[in-house]
Design a protein around this ligand. Sequence first.
Ligand code: 6PG
Length: 467
Amino acid sequence: MGQTIGVIGLGVMGSNIALNMARNEEKVAVYNYTRDLTDQLVQKAENEQIYPYYDIQSFVQSLETPRKIFLMVTAGEVVDSVIGSVVPFLEKGDIIMDGGNSHYEDTSRRYDDLKSKGIDYLGIGISGGEIGALKGPSIMPGGDMEVYEKVAPILTKIAAKVENDPCCVYIGPKGAGHFTKMVHNGIEYADMQLIAEAYTFLRERLNLPIKEIANIFETWNQGELKSYLIEITVHILRKIDVETGLPLIDVILDKVGQKGTGKWTSIQAINNGIPLSIITESLFARYLSTLKNERINAERILTGPEVDRQDLEKDLWIEYMRQALYLGKVCVYAQGFAQYKTTSELYDWDLPLKDIALIFRGGCIIRAEFLNVISEAYQNQPKLVNLLVAPYFAEKFETYQLGLRKVVSQGINVGMPLPCLSASLTYYDSYRTGTSNANLLQAQRDYFGAHTYERNDRVGIFHTEWQ
Ligand code: 6PG
């Protein structure tokens, strides 16, 4: 009997996935392009069912058939080159799975290529960082349903569990799993930015000390805002830098990196006419952050508003901020899930929105209490067009919108940038505007370019000689 699964790519994520599989009674063959990472894993996994191989051929031949090979390598060309090195040793019906952050279009292309060779391919979105990979990530598999079923026993075993339900569900054909992971990351960017804006407001407008802000986030994390990202923010705010004795956050340079998944999310939305303003603002906030030198220079030249920064009533404004953050999150998820819906229709993927919300409840970076409510919203109305109009959230807006409006206008008045909170409010107000000023834009287009327009009182295409 051979090994039951093979993992290629033994960086932090790959070794942790391999260990997770071994701890769930799989016999795991492992291979890495360089020997050092394989040896490190073997040392660490002395008593686990981890079997190292140092050349691709013996790695592949060690696997029982149909062979199941899990790639945990850097997204991009490396995936193609690893596939190219494995395929010569495979037989019809063997399965390759890509667990990295691959672009979903690459996944669809690889699926087609391998299909023509009789090899099955699954693009598997995995979220949860290194701890998730080891202890249970959220897993988003895309490809053929019958192929998924062959590996489902392994994937569901290694996935995070919420109330005993595995955070792993079949997502849809071809690149649907990686698409789902991509938008997950877009939501992650915006969720992180919203939390950062709440932190800035509490610190700079309410003048609260970091310790108190950590306590506020901790309290919020016991209610409807409960989420992994708020939880880690509490830990981050309490961390002291050993060298300086200062809060570590105060010595971290304010320039944000990114690896591309948030950018892909915005590009896909723009290409397909999907309003994704909040996620895109969070991406632009990262880009703006990198202009550190320009910002320092501009701070010396450009002035803010002349305002009387009166003290705000602390408890009242903390509650406004909580409400604003909650509604901001709702708007981000509304945009992300609208992107799922529109794209699902575009590609005929039939994405299971209710289940996507359920598997996001555990393991992944955006795991949050209110995903239960999102899932219920889709369960109650499978054809729901947008989360904003789900009765539960419409009611939340009715009660909390004052908080969001107060915070955003306060930011505007004192010159404090709150890009994602403002974009959330703009999205909410635009979405609920039945009759907008788009008629003027159409008239302008027709005026200068004879682009024509439709009328609201009769059917047809019209043009006016404006002059
Ligand atoms: C996850 C994370 C993971 C990774 C992101 C970070 O779900 O486990 O999203 O995929 O941390 O790639 O992305 P940036 O480097 O672009 O912030």
